[in-house]
Design a binder for this molecule. Structure first.
Ligand SMILES: [Fe+2]
Length: 469
């Protein structure tokens, strides 16, 4: 019962504290005897502190639950807490709106402001309690710094690569490696002057694939693609600039593109998704084989993936895969890799409009041959089951042995969400878009924050239903 009392005021504490500006601390405590209130006020008076807000509740019995917002912070607040605790002989909850959480600023979680005595300030600090969890970036800054260190060179092409003997092409790939290595997440993406030959290769790929999309791509893809024609100049004439594409996608779903020089470590790739950062190559495949590339290139990124990153549902489940990967054990990263492969890269779904099987996977949407193959009788299709997909290894150099068909994107998202919570990790994670950082969820206080968010959503839902009526 005691806990319930303080819970009720914790929500008020959040809003009261946030509305009072800098250097305010909220104290929540229980008085068994209301006479003690005058003594609490006297302590505050003697300390020459100012009360900004006072609130009491007594619905649950004779005792009084108090919330006081006082103009103080730091050591003075801690001292005050100890004095109140000594007087009331019961625990005192304390929250502060430090400079991090200033007037009018609010985190997306609606979480209580940091507790001064035992509440770590950042996920990085909290992670010290979990030494066995693999390292992961907790903020956009950490992500940027880490990616900058782990980028592979990307210009050491294998002997069976179509360009292996083409020195000009190899030198050109080096240019893209240098761009990717010099790039810092958050900086403007550099303008690239593509050569005539590169634009010609793009044109061939573009014309070939766009002929197939109306009959092979899912309806969401076909609805999004014209937006890229309109806003980013997609055409068969020249390769679009990644900077323009990234800015447009960011304006729609918050996803941004980050130039990379070639393949990145899969854990790092997934970590980017958690922050709505999509690592994408800028170079184009060799002109001798426009219908084939052994590795991702700009055709794969811009034609295969980008149109669907404009869809909120796809953006959401892509980010959820990314969040699930943070701190996951290695063997689970492998399973997650399979799931990513059979959904985001090679996924099929039932078309909303026609009921036919259609493609939403980026690897298929950027591959002439397999895009056609997967919808023929020769392809083996089965309904999406995350458990099976996660346990199915995939071939890289030939068509897939199996394709998983989802009912729709909601089905993908629901199934992924159910599977992702099985990952053994001592916490859940969620992304705070305001702070561009992740939050660890593993304590009772975190439950309060989540419940408050749900309550807010329900209120919005009810309000919207009323508007519709
Ligand atoms: Fe891809």
């Amino acid at each position: 019962m005691e806990k319930q009392k303080t819970d009720i005021l914790t929500a008020s504490a959040t809003s009261a504290n946030l509305s009072e500006g800098h250097s305010a601390t909220t104290f929540i405590f229980t008085l068994e005897d209301s006479q003690l209130l005058s003594q609490v006020l006297q302590i505050i008076n003697v300390a020459e502190l100012q009360i900004q807000h006072i609130e009491s509740r007594s619905e649950f019995g004779a005792s009084l639950t108090m919330m006081l917002v006082v103009s103080t912070n730091g050591n003075a607040a801690t001292g005050l807490k100890m004095q109140i605790q000594a007087l009331t002989k019961s625990p005192v909850e304390m929250y502060s709106n430090s400079a991090k959480m200033t007037n009018g600023e609010r985190d997306s979680a609606g979480a209580p402001p940091e507790q001064l005595d035992n509440y770590p300030e950042t996920a990085r600090e909290e992670l010290q309690a979990f030494p066995n969890v693999p390292w992961f970036a907790t903020t956009m800054q950490e992500l940027a710094a880490h990616l900058g260190k782990t980028l592979q060179s990307g210009d050491d092409l294998d002997a069976d690569h179509p360009s292996f003997k083409d020195e000009v092409y190899r030198a050109r790939r080096k240019v893209f490696v240098d761009i990717a290595k010099a790039y810092k997440l958050g900086d403007p993406i550099p303008h690239v002057e593509y050569t005539e030959e590169e634009n010609k290769t793009w044109g061939e790929v573009y014309r070939g694939l766009t002929k197939l999309y109306p009959t092979h791509a899912c309806s969401t893809y076909n609805k999004m693609f014209p937006l890229l024609v309109k806003h980013c100049g997609f055409s068969d004439k020249k390769i679009p600039q990644m900077a323009e594409v990234s800015a447009f996608v960011q304006s729609r779903t918050g996803f941004r593109l980050r130039p990379i020089s070639g393949l990145v470590d899969f854990r790092d790739f997934l970590a980017g998704l958690a922050f709505r950062v999509f690592n994408a190559t800028m170079y184009i495949r060799h002109h001798s084989a426009p219908q084939y590339t052994p590795e991702p290139d700009i055709c794969h990124e811009l034609l295969g993936h980008v149109p669907l990153f404009l869809d909120e549902e796809v953006a959401q489940f892509s980010q959820e895969i990314g969040l699930a990967s943070l701190g996951a054990p290695d063997e689970w990263i492998e399973k997650l890799g399979n799931l990513y492969w059979y959904t985001v890269e090679f996924g099929l779904c039932k078309d909303k409009d026609t009921g036919e099987n259609r493609v939403y996977g980026g690897a298929l949407l950027s591959s002439f041959g397999e895009l056609q193959h997967c919808l023929t009788d020769k392809a083996f299709l089965r309904p999406l089951e995350t458990e099976k997909a996660a346990a199915t290894p995939y071939p890289i150099t030939r068509h897939q042995d199996v394709y998983f068909v989802a009912e729709d994107f909601q089905d993908v998202r629901n199934q992924l969400a159910e599977w992702l919570i099985k990952i053994p990790r001592p916490f859940m994670l969620r992304y705070n878009a305001y702070r561009e950082s992740v939050e660890l969820l593993y304590k009772k206080e975190h439950l309060h924050a989540l419940v408050r968010d749900i309550q807010t959503d329900v209120k919005t839902l009810v309000g919207t239903i009323n508007k519709i009526r």
